[in-house]
Design a protein around this ligand. Structure first.
Ligand code: C2E
Ligand code: MG
Ligand code: MG
Ligand code: MG
Length: 286
């Protein structure tokens, strides 16, 4: 019976693995179609300063599938990375985001906004990454000094000197590097001071229960201390309550992003948010 059990569990494992492969294969086909059909959109999540004034946005990709509906990035970005499809998708994101930024820069009331764009590890690893980014930025006409590229600590695992050089090539044209999900990886101080980062984004897992969990406040204070010493600005992501905003501000955080201000919005809703935020920032009429 022992043999029987192990055979049947092995058979089951094979069936599950194949089912998984079939689903992945199907998703890959759908992803290719989505690239060809242009089924992606960008949403924009507001970023505010310590006074709550709008300073910019993070561009977040959305996949609207005709039958399956909205597929969140967490469900397709990993597959896109494995299949290499992240390269055309990432280039589409860069073009769409830079086109939007150029539009903002053409209007005096939105000319100050910055735009954060996520870059995945395999995209960054492409030999022509620097060239592709500078070309897309130049063609869009957007001022690169208002572009922030978000990378993750996974890009600091191999050849730190080559990584730093690649990053510097884009820093030289004015682009700012921002370290996403900071605190979830394993970067040592030694690594962080060798790469040209302008800012770090405290991961939302630290922000979430900081008002209840004393340990997380200690972690956040340690991050702030390190950021100050290394000269990075600090952005908090996943801010959902006023209490979190107040604690982060007290800790010295510069920028804030999260549902407390706004979820990611399609462009029209973002424009409305900007206008209503302007109105609410006006002193009450006498
Ligand atoms: P991320 O870059 O860390 O983006 C922040 C995520 O947190 C977004 O999820 C956003 O909607 C969510 N979020 C914002 N505020 C709050 C909050 O207050 N509470 C909570 N619980 N969540 C909040 P989203 O849009 O589902 O994106 C998930 C991840 O997918 C992103 O994490 C990023 O790693 C990746 N991603 C999204 N767009 C792109 C893209 O264009 N390119 C690449 N390479 N990755 C992307
Ligand atoms: Mg991000
Ligand atoms: Mg993040
Ligand atoms: Mg992320």
């Amino acid at each position: 019976t022992n043999t029987l059990t192990s055979i049947s569990s092995l058979a089951l494992t094979v069936i599950i693995m194949n089912a998984d492969l079939t689903v992945r294969r199907m998703m890959e086909v759908e992803l290719r179609k989505a690239i060809a059909n242009g089924d992606f959109r960008l949403h924009y999540q507001p970023q505010v300063d310590e006074f709550g004034a709008l300073v910019g946005a993070e561009a977040l990709i959305r996949w609207q599938h005709a039958r399956m509906g909205n597929i969140p990035p967490a469900q397709f970005i990993p597959l896109a990375e494995e299949t290499g499809l992240i390269v055309p998708i990432g280039n589409w994101v860069l073009r769409a985001a830079c086109a939007q930024l150029a539009l903002w820069q053409a209007q005096p009331e939105t000319a100050h906004l910055t735009l954060s764009i996520n870059v995945s590890a395999s995209q960054f690893r492409q030999p022509d990454f620097v060239h592709t980014v500078s070309e897309i930025v130049t063609l869009s006409g957007a001022d690169p000094r208002h572009i922030k590229l978000e990378l993750t600590e996974s890009m600091f695992v191999d050849n730190i000197a080559a990584t730093a050089e690649k990053m510097s090539a884009l820093t030289r044209i004015g682009i700012v590097w921002s370290l996403d999900d900071f605190g979830t990886g394993y970067s040592s101080l030694n690594v962080l001071h060798r790469v040209p980062l302008g800012q770090v984004k405290i991961d939302k897992s630290f922000v979430h229960d900081m008002s209840s969990n004393r340990t997380n406040i200690v972690v956040i204070e340690a991050i702030m201390d390190m950021a100050r010493k290394l000269g990075f600005k600090v952005v908090a992501e996943g801010v959902e309550t006023r209490k979190q905003m107040d604690l982060l501000r007290e800790a010295g955080c510069h920028l804030f992003q999260g549902y407390f201000f706004s979820p990611p919005l399609e462009i029209r809703a973002f424009e409305n948010y900007r206008r209503s935020a302007l109105v609410s920032a006006q002193p009450a009429q006498a």
